[in-house]
Design a binder for this molecule. Structure first.
Ligand code: PMV
Length: 374
């Protein structure tokens, strides 16, 4: 096979009904379904080239290469990507080695997990470059194999990942397009530190909490309430269910063995402030992933005001904001034929860092540079 390459982009996403725990860790089949929103403007762009050189038996991991944000990656990071690429090689019936070059347009310290956008973009680029023509459901299933939440970065807007009965029906679908409800996510970054326990390890601990079974049993009810709140654009109902779900996941984390405490004092201070702001009439609610940073969801019209309020809270290092993003998309194929337009609304994000105008300008400049043509 001649060298073939493709480039794809996919947005990060934030879950309102969280995925925590797997019923099959290898296939990343979740214990419960989840609902999220894509984060427009915060994306990973990945180019995959299937090289002429074939991998020899069991050596794929040494022969694939991976560069993330201009840094060559080896060890466990490369191994996880190679295992994922083995699945693409199997599906396409090829034995070629892959060169993967990937870049996030959001800083790694932004408090936004990059594994969702990264594996969604990798699934799109690797399959397109291998000549596979996959449906959106098949792409979502493939992305799920790299990182569970990545399956939700394939479709656009507001997205639901159905837990499914097995590999074939565990994928994400769009429940509403980005324009359905102009929400924004203002991420209050309270720590730049890398999390002590990553989500893959965390999922494996979920079942050790005596509260996980109750959380999972109640998930269909929460999914239903969240879906209805989004479809009817009912912010009060949405806020109640999103905060409950986040609290439930963190309660499971804190009661697993060993316990996982992701919050810092500033995390709780912000959670309490958000509830007070909502009581006084501002449409805001919080949700927190496997880290200390607080995602504050609001209506897009209030995003600048909310970002400014957050930037002035004690312990907040910066605030990054994003609006609802579109579907992941293959951008270019080797023929240089443009396949589809940017779907992630690269202009839909801004940085509100108190007293660091230069940094915001730098981030905006990078967005402009990464959103143009290659
Ligand atoms: O996709 P993973 O394995 O990184 O897990 C994501 C877990 C959470 O971000 C905490 C919740 C979610 O549903 O995104």
């Amino acid at each position: 096979m001649p060298d073939r390459s493709a480039t794809a982009i996919a947005c990060a996403n934030i879950a309102f009904i969280k995925y925590w725990g797997n019923r099959d860790a290898r296939l990343r089949l979740p214990s419960n379904g989840s609902i999220s929103m894509n984060l427009g403007g915060l994306f990973t762009r990945t180019r995959v080239t299937w090289a002429e050189l074939r991998v020899t038996s069991n050596e794929s991991q040494e022969q694939d290469s991976l560069v993330i944000n201009n840094k060559p990656i080896t060890g466990a990071g490369l191994s996880r990507v190679s295992t994922f690429l083995d699945e693409v090689r199997r599906m396409a019936g090829i034995k070629s080695r892959a060169e993967v070059v990937s870049e996030n347009n959001f800083p790694s310290s932004a408090g936004i997990a990059s594994s969702a956008s990264a594996f969604a973009a990798l699934a799109l680029a690797a399959s397109a470059a291998a000549g596979l023509e996959l449906s959106q459901a098949e792409l979502s299933r493939l992305a799920r194999r790299g990182s569970g939440s990545a399956c939700r970065s394939i479709p656009g807007g507001f997205v639901e990942w159905q837990a499914g009965t097995g590999d074939a029906d565990s994928y994400a679908v769009s429940i509403a397009p980005p324009e359905h409800w102009p929400l924004a996510d203002c991420v209050a970054v309270v720590s730049h530190a890398h999390k002590a326990t990553g989500s893959t390890e965390g999922h494996a601990l979920a079942a050790t909490s005596p509260l996980q079974a109750a959380r999972v049993a109640d998930a269909p009810r929460r999914l239903d309430l969240c879906r209805r709140a989004i479809l009817s654009r009912d912010f009060e109902a949405f806020a109640g269910i999103a905060e409950l779900d986040s609290n439930l996941m963190h309660t499971v984390m804190m009661t697993s063995n060993p316990p996982l405490f992701y919050w810092q004092p500033a995390t709780l201070t912000i959670m309490q402030a958000v509830r007070e702001w909502r009581a006084s009439g501002l449409p805001v609610c919080y949700t927190i992933d496997a880290g200390p940073n607080v995602h504050v969801i609001t209506e897009a019209a209030e995003a600048e005001r909310v970002a400014a309020l957050l930037a002035n809270m004690p312990g907040v290092q910066k605030v990054l904001a994003a609006q609802v993003g579109g579907a992941g998309a293959v951008q270019f194929l080797p023929s240089t034929k443009r396949v589809t337009v940017q779907a992630c609304h690269p202009e839909g994000a801004f940085c509100a860092t108190e007293g660091s105008q230069g940094q915001s300008e730098e981030i905006l400049r990078r967005w402009k540079n990464t959103s143009g043509s290659e």
